[in-house]
Write a protein that binds this ligand. Structure first.
Ligand code: GAP
Length: 610
């Protein structure tokens, strides 16, 4: 054996370890505040080599679960979009946070956070600026930076979007997208063609989103540039057959509904997804389905399910577009952090883009049987409208067509009036025009229609990757003792760990280094993520890998090269494999190494079975 390790009691959950974690994250290359050489900027982080690998693995795992296994399409849209997109989406007018500025030091703070952090009010955002201002005064709340009283300070709306200009000059404003979702919605007219107009279909995207947060805080948890993984599922609200709820109905999770939150002693209900839906707690079957899928996924990437819950949005808290919304929340340092939102967005987004753009965001729904309907039409006499209305004649003709569709009785009543000499009235650019009905060419045709156009509804699971990463690191952080020495390790699932295997020569001499490098190269060839380390004592090398969550280490020693001095050192041609969590070690033949490690990584084999 290369090392005999004795381990005692791992400590995981609950403590405030944000300092330890941030220190480990920087030292071991997970993440660090960016541009530190220039003093750093709040809310921007660089992922180091281990953080970038962990992030890639978490994103791949999300892609596998939410795109590949669900049969959805993935797209990749630009992060800068022109202003009309956000006029239509409502972000330009409504994507605001409440800002309060300190009269003494000038520091800006989120007014609702000042309230939440210093009173028993939760979710103060839903209370509105006026009430938040009153609470600040009632409780005599002070500036978190300098302690000056904030009572009486104006609470202002601050739009969170980063503005830019597209091209030189300022004639074409653009914005960094505040959510990846809009990149999917604006392409719907084309996406529905890719889906052959068959509903339901889902479109996913993993990408950066930007919010000019008033006070970024808690490391990766509230930043100004972050990664979202979003799925927009488009459904026909009348004909939707719903999801395969059975596949997740037995998943158990804590559900913290509105009633439980409003009850004095209300705790989340620990029930199955199936029960949550049957009881009407999670009314929409698709939302229930994605809550089940997400609970399994968060568990698989290392979130501690004892520090996880689903919480329903209170009515004042829901976004402008959401008919119902649940959050996935993880407990970090005693606070519940929103990891993801699951919203029923109805047809809000598609109706807005349909209204504001020139494109068609509807889908055609075939009737079971063709139906015969009356269709009012007009065929105005332009030789009358031209001289009568001049340059407005074309618009008057269009307005007549709209009126015939929306109010055909106006024409019928005009025909009945004054022996057919009555008039209909249309408005063009605020001016009313009376047109004799006899000049409109009004008629009602009978047509047979095979279907109708409608706007699909949207169900959206929207996950934040950065918050997931921080939560996973926090929940997987462990301290124990090995051989009488304190050890820190990350109990990351092998599927997402930045590196799967550390390969070490017992010593870098007598050909052990060369053999270990060959082993590392062979394992890389097999697609395993491998790190090679020959510096320092073997125990130190184990600790380095433990700290970055490498689940397995392989040591090449004299037995491996057939030069063991006695049988205790192992059979010729074998290596030692060591498991991170238990520090247990096994010897296995080198020819079985790659298969064994692959099976361990993929969960097809446990270390205890070796
Ligand atoms: N398309 C819906 C949407 O964007 P959201 O609740 O505003 O919904 C979704 O954002 C997720 O994005 C959140 O649950 C969170 O994980 C992440 N997120 C939002 N703002 C963030 C920020 N400033 N820093 C880190 N993650 C953030």
């Amino acid at each position: 054996m290369s090392e005999g390790e004795q381990r005692s009691g791992a400590d995981g959950a609950g403590d405030d370890r944000s300092g330890d974690l941030t220190e480990l994250a920087k030292r071991r290359g997970f993440f660090l505040q960016s541009a530190g050489a220039y003093g750093g900027v709040s809310g921007f982080y660089t992922f180091g080599p281990n953080g970038a690998a962990l992030k890639d693995n978490v994103e791949d795992s999300w892609r596998d679960r939410f795109t590949v296994r669900e049969g959805n399409m993935e797209i990749d849209a630009p992060t800068v979009m022109p202003e009309p997109v956000f006029e239509a989406s409502g972000h330009l007018d409504g994507f605001d946070d409440m800002l309060v500025e300190c009269p003494e030091c000038g520091e800006s703070h989120r007014a609702d956070h000042v309230v939440e952090d210093n009173t028993d009010y939760e979710e103060a955002e839903g209370l509105g600026p006026e009430r938040v201002g009153e609470i600040i005064a009632e409780y005599e709340l002070v500036c978190p930076t300098c302690g000056t009283g904030l009572a009486g300070q104006a609470i202002e709306d601050f739009n969170l979007m980063f503005e830019t200009t597209i091209g030189p000059g300022s004639s074409s404003p653009g914005y960094l997208r505040p959510e990846t979702a809009q990149g999917i919605f604006v392409e719907f007219p084309q996406l529905k063609e890719y889906a052959r107009n068959q509903l339901p279909f889902g479109v996913t995207q993993i990408g950066r989103a930007y919010r000019n947060e008033i006070s970024p805080r808690k490391s990766l948890l509230r930043v100004r540039e972050f990664t979202q993984a979003e799925l927009e599922l488009f459904v026909d609200p009348e004909r939707d057959e719903g999801p395969d709820l059975e596949s997740v109905e037995d998943v158990v999770a804590p559900f913290y509904g509105i009633d439980q939150q409003e009850a004095d002693d209300g705790d989340p209900l620990e029930i199955t997804v199936g029960e949550a839906h049957e009881r009407g707690l999670v009314a929409d079957p698709w939302i229930a389905y994605y809550l089940g899928v997400a609970a399994e996924w968060y568990d698989s990437i290392g979130v501690d399910m004892d520090r996880f819950r689903f919480r329903q949005h209170l009515s004042g808290e829901r976004a402008h577009y959401a008919a119902d919304c649940w959050d996935a929340e993880g407990e970090v340092d005693g606070d519940w952090i929103e990891l993801a939102g699951f919203a029923y967005r109805s047809d809000y987004d598609l109706s807005k883009h349909d209204e504001y753009s020139d494109d068609d965001f509807t889908v055609f729904r075939q009737y079971d049987e063709p139906v015969t309907v009356e269709r009012p039409t007009v065929d105005p006499d332009m030789s009358y409208l031209g001289p009568e209305f001049g340059g407005a004649a074309g618009d008057v003709a269009d307005a007549l067509a709209d009126l015939a569709e929306s109010d055909p009785d106006a024409f019928r009543e005009a025909e009945a009036d004054a022996d057919g000499e009555g008039t209909v009235t249309v408005e063009v650019d605020g001016e009313r025009h009376d047109v004799p009905v006899s000049q409109t060419g009004f008629a009602v045709e009978e047509v047979t229609e095979s279907g109708e156009h409608f706007l699909p509804h949207v169900v959206e699971p929207s996950l934040g990757i950065d918050r997931a990463l921080y939560t996973v690191l926090d929940h997987c952080y462990r301290e124990d003792e090995v051989d009488g020495e304190e050890r820190t390790f990350l109990e990351l699932p092998a599927e997402v760990a930045p590196t799967t295997v550390g390969v070490f020569p017992l010593m870098d001499r007598d050909g052990l280094g060369e053999r270990a490098r060959e082993v590392a190269a062979d394992l890389r060839e097999r697609g395993l993520s491998v790190t090679y380390d020959d510096s320092g004592a073997i125990g130190r090398r184990y600790r380095r890998q433990d700290e970055v969550g490498t689940p397995f280490c392989v040591t090449v020693d004299y037995a491996t090269i057939g030069e063991a001095r006695d049988d205790d050192e192992g059979e010729p041609g074998t290596v030692t494999v060591r498991e991170r969590d238990t520090t247990a070690q096994r010897r296995i033949p080198i020819e079985d190494l790659a298969d064994t490690l692959e099976a361990l990584r993929d969960g097809d084999l446990t270390f205890a079975d070796l």
